[in-house]
Design a protein around this ligand. Structure first.
Ligand code: GP9
Ligand code: MN
Length: 474
């Protein structure tokens, strides 16, 4: 049976087997597992299961699933259009379509959901130690970042072959936009060209710095999003069409403190001065800024010729005691990992002639964005390594997690499994996705192994610089 279509994958998998079976104590997996607090998983048991029963290790989940999944009505509906991906800082899903104290928190995005848009309410973050930068990595490359340290640093010399490169091959101009004060936070300056971005508009032009953004209004971590978006417009206009613009917002960052004139939400007394209260105002401001950006793109004639992808990089409200209490009051139920890791994904194609489903409820994660966008943009193949799936067409969703929900955890349409921090599978917790009812752990074993395998596959791919072949002729 021909399981592998790419020679590189065979090599990586073979190496992975060697690492895992040959010398488990020194293996990649053992090392990264040991890095996790209280983690002492029984490796030999896992691998006996993986390689004797072949339950979780299914090469199909790593290779060329795109070929099958690309068949669908929306294939190529955005072919040749500009692509604008907006990665929104700390943007969680619970605010979408929510009314607080009689006010919509995200009126602009809620409105957008009604216009040639698909909303994915069951979309989850998939990051490692690199926070914002790992979300960038996951979405553009369909691989998950490492827990060891941030991927953009450890693997800065690696070859990547994700969305920007494949779009460049199709004649797209590629650019990334971000207004943090220093250009090189998360080692971005070094890594973006490796990811396939031709141009990086980044950093502030003030106090002796020579970045690309004028400091017209400061809030929190840097230039305000609304001022940032205004400055992005001429930069974007200077790109040759078609282009891929990857735009990273910043204002909605912890501790979410706002300039008073951007406080749009009338907070209840009990939410004033809290992280949750701050967050509501901060996310409402970001929503306002995105609305402004869309209006400016319309004025500049760049709106109709573009496909937009908007999602959150990761959670903003952590599970500290006060937050848990305030979030419980807001949601009317416990604030769980499932809420924390749930970020929204929105795909908007203004001039699509095809009918876009209003909502796709399949469970999905950041790794799925690349194959999904490739499908809409009519890629005939995905000649690279990727772990995600085309969310529009895949029958059931699967998301491997490794932060907050420890490595070995997963979310699927059927079962959610939260790995125990002591590393013993049996001490973990399994429940149904739909109504969060506890289920027997046996129902989570297969997904647990698949989750470990996906994460370890990525670790191995990065460690072995498994995509180096793709860089040969660049
Ligand atoms: C700064 C920004 C930081 O450029 O990306 O966000 P963080 O990684 O702290 O969420
Ligand atoms: Mn972030």
């Amino acid at each position: 049976m021909k399981r592998f279509k790419k020679p590189g994958l065979l090599v990586i998998t073979f190496l992975l087997l060697l690492f895992l079976i040959g010398d488990p104590l020194n293996s990649v997996m053992a090392k990264s597992i040991n890095n996790q607090e209280f983690f002492s998983y029984h490796l030999s048991d896992v691998f006996k299961e993986l390689f004797t029963r072949h339950t979780a290790f299914n090469a199909d989940s790593f290779v060329d699933t795109y070929n099958k999944e690309k068949r669908g009505q929306l294939f190529g509906t955005a072919q040749g259009k500009n692509l604008v991906i907006i990665q929104v800082e700390s943007f969680q899903n619970f605010v979408i379509n929510r009314t607080y104290n009689g006010q919509e928190i995200t009126p602009n995005l809620n409105k957008l959901l009604k216009e040639n848009t698909t909303y994915f309410p069951n979309f989850f973050q998939q990051i490692g130690s690199g926070n914002t930068s790992d979300a960038e990595l996951a979405v553009n490359n369909s691989i998950i970042g490492t827990l060891d340290y941030f991927t953009y640093k450890i693997y800065e010399d690696n070859c990547f072959n994700g969305l920007p490169w494949l779009l460049k091959d199709k004649g797209y101009a590629t650019a990334v936009f971000h207004a943090y004060e220093g250009r090189n936070f998360w080692n971005r300056e070094t890594v973006y060209p490796k990811l396939g971005f031709d141009k990086f508009y980044g950093g502030l032009n003030d106090q002796g710095r020579t970045g690309d953004y004028e400091m017209t209004e400061w809030m929190g971590w840097g230039l305000t999003d609304s001022e940032f978006f205004k400055q992005v417009i001429p930069q974007m206009k200077s790109l040759k069409e078609p282009f891929y613009s990857f735009v990273i917002t910043l204002s909605n960052h912890h501790p979410f403190e706002m300039l008073p004139h951007y406080d749009f939400i009338n907070l209840l007394k009990e939410d004033e001065g809290t992280i949750v209260g701050n967050y509501l105002n901060s996310v409402a401001y970001t929503d306002y800024s995105i609305g402004l950006f869309m209006d400016l793109l319309k004025e500049e004639g760049l709106y109709d010729s573009t496909i937009f992808v908007i999602y959150g990089d990761h959670l903003g409200i952590t599970n500290e005691k006060d937050n848990l209490k305030d979030m419980k009051r807001l949601l009317g139920r416990e604030y769980s990992y499932m809420d924390m890791l749930n970020v929204p994904l929105i795909i908007h194609i203004p001039s699509s002639e095809d009918f876009l489903p209003k909502e796709v409820k399949t469970v999905s994660g950041q790794l799925d964005v690349f194959p999904t966008v490739a499908y809409l943009m009519g890629f005939s193949e995905l000649n690279t390594f990727y772990l995600g799936h085309n969310i529009y067409n895949v029958k059931s969703g699967f998301v491997a997690e490794q932060t907050f929900m420890p490595k070995g955890s997963f979310i699927s349409d059927d079962i959610v499994y939260i790995m125990s921090r002591d590393g013993v599978f049996e001490h973990g917790e399994a429940f149904t996705f739909s109504d969060r009812k506890k289920v027997d752990l046996s129902r989570a074993k297969q997904g647990h192994l698949k989750s470990l395998m996906q994460v370890e596959f990525c670790e191995s791919l990065l460690k072995e610089n498994g995509m180096k072949e793709y860089c040969r002729n660049r």
